[in-house]
Design a protein. Sequence first.
Length: 219
Amino acid sequence: MNDFEVEFKISHRAYSKMMLHIIKHLKNDCYGVLVGKVNSIKNNEKVKETVEVIDTYALSHDKVFIPQLELCLKMIEKKLQGTNYHILGFYENLMFNFDKEEPKPSHSSYFMCDGIKSVKNLTSPYLLEISHSVDTLSKDGKRGKDAIYYQILRYDNSNFDFCMNFQEDKDMFKVVKTLLSRYTQNEISDFDDHLLDTKQDFSNEFIDGMIEKILASNN
């Protein structure tokens, strides 16, 4: 990755939907789809890719199967028609990564990324891996305050390359905290729910206006 640099951005809307999906299903593995745009610039043989995640679609809180994945991706593609946004990859939150400093992608993430490579405008999908490194060490060696890190991985040639870590900013945390105080996580639907009841919208668009109002009130 020495000749490749990644800048990763995620919107309040995308982050909030992802976290509410995960919080609703804390005892399960969770998977979702990242949607947004990518801008690539090549300078002196080095490529810089700016990844902007605008929205997330909750996929599953159980095992993911290929027919389910294909149908979900086709439905998202249809929703994105007429926009400048595309499917970028996935997020996943895995129980076996709890309190691990070096989280590992699931077996599902490999076949999901293989499946998604056939989607137009996508050659190297991204994976946002949630790492439950809940304690950091301070300079004096003592356990520091709780922290959750997010790893960004890029899928290429059937392998994941590490790109970067990031942490949510204070505003993102405030928005999610406000939504949790309203029990909004109970209203989040994923594609599993949609398959059982098609009236449940796994894009969770109802939350978009709520987030805008929260951000406006915080300014």
